[in-house]
Ligand binder design. Structure first.
Ligand SMILES: [Zn+2]
Ligand SMILES: [Zn+2]
Length: 133
């Protein structure tokens, strides 16, 4: 008797463990930057983004698709960067001071650069300080 269920479970397990990638076969949906698979079950599926560049038409994983931090120069997870000023346009939350984080939070609570006539939290805060002093 052929145990189809067991065969299925084994292929699923191999798939989830990256067996297909390790065996040297074609990588499914590779990330444009790191080349790792962004297919479901490979750990980089969540938040992957479509990426088109010349003849590449595929995906980028969220670890690679974000901006480089202006403070530590490490890659920031997609959309988790914070903008403090022109110079510090993309930063990790932990690479800014606690005060800067608080000011950024206040800035966004007031509508951020959508509703306020400021490009960033620093410009807004500089004006606030001028107004109260
Ligand atoms: Zn990647
Ligand atoms: Zn950083």
């Amino acid at each position: 008797m052929i145990d189809a269920k067991r065969d299925f479970d084994r292929s699923l397990e191999e798939l989830l463990a990256g067996g297909i990638v390790k065996s040297g076969e074609k990588i499914i949906d590779p990330c444009f930057y790191c080349g790792e698979s962004t297919a479901f079950g490979y750990g980089k599926f969540i938040n992957r983004v479509g990426y088109i560049d010349n003849d590449f038409n595929g995906w980028a994983c969220a670890e690679c698709a974000g901006y480089e931090c202006r403070v530590c120069e490490e890659q920031i997870y997609l959309d988790e960067d914070l903008r403090w000023s022109d110079d510090l346009s993309h930063c990790h939350e932990e690479c800014l001071s606690e005060e800067q984080n608080q000011i950024i939070t206040m800035f966004f609570e007031l509508g951020g650069d959508w509703e306020l006539p400021y490009d960033d939290a620093e410009a807004w805060f500089t004006d606030v300080i001028k107004a109260v002093s």
